[in-house]
Ligand binder design. Structure first.
Ligand code: AMP
Length: 542
């Protein structure tokens, strides 16, 4: 017997309709690529997105066509995003921080028919334009007054192009399993792989994001997603904020401490989200300029491990609650978020901090388990660690064009490539990427935990740990440090500081100081590059 409820396909255009009807006056504030801060509303976004949709159809764009964007978080990007998805075309957000060869590869692999780009990325497209045969036009997301001189072929001025359509347009209806958006993973080895979201997965994931124990945005919130729309849907914010009616503050191209502070303060932002490196810049700026964060209530930190010292600084010095989150492009991307539950909220502060440093609990629709090398499930005791496996309706079942083959096991679980523990309260803690864990004889040492402890030293700006080949022990840890400006911390100071905070046999065999640690296009420490730099390093214990 079938249920007798209405058949209402879960389409992302429904999110925008809802925002315009119920929260039409709620603002979207953008720092534009041209410079000034501009204001619009969800009602404006609704109208402009339908205008984009109509204009795309006039250009012959159909269901299933791929349209690329190379753009910052801004209103024009939002209207292209909803306009493209709204007609059943696929919005392919390209990460401009990838290497040019990777950008060339993914646009060709996706067979994008148009590229919408902010003027920032014109030089990039000028260099690549002739290598992208499927692209019929490059739409520069600016107005006639700001159109730069360019030799790029088939250039179109966005505002002139858009003005050829009006917003009198009704969203088409189609199957909720239709592809909506495409985002390539910045794999450390091999070519990037395409993660293809559907309308259904995006709508379900927006609802997951707004669960009370997850991002939990409401119509009174002011959300500043520093995390880019090209990094896994701005961690759901581009869907979840309009679904909630939260005011959106878009940082555009500027993510330095001063620019982010200006928006946090000026727009009275209540909740914000980004990777730890962004927050390092902000915290440095606040400290150097004696600034406070009176309006901010919550900061979501994820993408790579958030050091406990960062959680303490935000919470104790600035009164801002930190939620550590974990996820991945393949998970739309939210996998866990570390809010306190009934048990942990009753604990003394010091014990709570230990839970806050974990990556958090799974929201409804994310299933999670850890397994050993033979695929046997390990206990949820906070001690056993193993391969972190996930399942759910907003998690990939395959990559675009079947790249990488079957990615699910016989029971439908996806191996995240992370190694983790899960405790009896459901809090998951990442121990390492399986590729980065240090193999010490038969034991594993977590590079991540060593980094977290080292970065707590007041004179350490950033820390990375890699395994170095050891004649007796397989691998031993090397700690790589960037000192804070004007300090001269020594190896002995740092190892002394770490003593007692880690197991003795985890103690790094050596500490080396550098000026820079390389990061990937999504802000993670590039362990592969570090391992290449230090491949001939000889440990003093060798
Ligand atoms: P991406 O798809 O680029 O977002 O990368 C996903 C990967 O980033 C995960 O599989 C983790 O290895 C890592 N990651 C994301 N969030 C965290 C976190 N909070 N702590 C540690 N690693 C994280």
């Amino acid at each position: 017997m079938l249920g007798l409820m209405q058949d209402w396909p879960l389409l992302v255009s429904k999110i925008l309709d809802h925002a315009a009807i119920n929260h039409g006056n709620r603002e979207i504030v953008t720092r534009t690529t041209e410079g000034p801060i501009v204001r619009s509303t969800y009602a404006d976004l609704h109208a402009r997105s339908r205008q984009v949709a109509k204009r795309l159809q006039m250009a012959g764009v159909k269901l299933g066509d791929r349209i690329a964007t190379l753009a910052w978080n801004n209103t024009r990007h939002m209207e292209v995003w909803y306009g493209v998805m709204g007609i059943g075309a696929v919005c392919h957000t390209v990460n401009p921080r990838l290497f040019p060869e990777q950008i060339d590869y993914i646009i060709n692999h996706a067979e994008d028919s148009y590229v919408f780009l902010d003027t920032t990325f014109l030089p990039l497209m000028e260099a690549l334009g002739d290598k992208l045969p499927t692209v019929k036009g490059f739409v520069l997301m600016t107005d006639a007054a700001h159109m730069p001189e360019t030799k790029l072929r088939d250039v179109i001025c966005y505002e002139d192009w858009l003005a050829e359509a009006d917003s009198d347009f009704i969203w088409p209806t189609f199957d909720e399993n239709t592809a909506a958006a495409l985002c390539y993973t910045s794999g450390t080895t091999g070519n990037p792989k395409g993660v293809l979201y559907s309308h259904r997965s995006n709508v379900l994931h927006a609802m997951l994001a707004n669960q009370a124990d997850t991002l939990s945005m409401t119509s009174t919130d002011v959300m500043l997603p520093v995390v880019p729309m090209f990094h896994a849907n701005a961690w759901a914010v581009a869907f979840a904020a309009p679904a909630a009616g939260a005011k959106l503050v878009m940082p555009g191209p500027k993510m330095d401490g001063e620019s982010i502070f200006e928006l946090l303060d000026g727009e009275k932002v209540s909740v914000t989200a980004a990777v730890p490196t962004v927050w390092l810049m902000l915290l440095n700026y606040l400290e150097e300029n004696n600034k406070e964060l009176p309006h901010l209530n919550q900061v979501v930190i994820g993408g790579s491990a958030c050091p406990p010292s960062m959680i303490e600084t935000f919470e104790e010095k600035y009164g801002v609650e930190v939620f550590h989150a974990w996820g991945m492009t393949e998970m739309s991307p939210i996998g866990t978020l570390g809010r306190m539950n009934a048990y942990t909220s009753s604990l003394p502060r010091a014990e709570q901090l230990a839970y806050k440093a974990k990556q958090g609990r799974a929201p409804f629709t994310v299933e999670m388990k850890i397994t050993d090398d033979d695929g046997k499930e390990l206990p949820r005791d906070g001690a056993a660690f193993g391969h972190l496996m996930v399942r759910g309706p907003a998690i990939s079942k395959s990559y675009l064009k079947g790249e990488g083959g079957d990615i699910l096991d016989a029971d439908g679980w996806f191996d995240t490539g992370d190694v983790a523990t899960i405790d009896s309260e459901g809090y998951m803690q990442i121990t390492d990427r399986s590729k980065d864990v240090i193999k010490y004889g038969g034991e594993w040492i977590s590079s991540l935990e060593l980094e977290n402890v080292a970065v707590g030293h007041p004179e350490v700006a950033e820390a990375a740990v890699i395994g170095i080949a050891h004649p007796k022990w397989d691998e031993r840890p090397l700690l790589i440090i960037i000192r804070k400006e004007g300090t001269n911390v020594s190896k002995e100071d740092i190892l002394g500081y770490m003593e007692g905070k880690i197991a003795k046999w985890w103690t790094p065999d050596d500490v080396t100081f550098v000026d820079e640690i390389p990061h990937t296009a999504t802000g993670k420490i590039q362990k592969l590059a570090l391992r290449a730099t230090f491949k001939d390093y000889v440990l003093p214990t060798a």
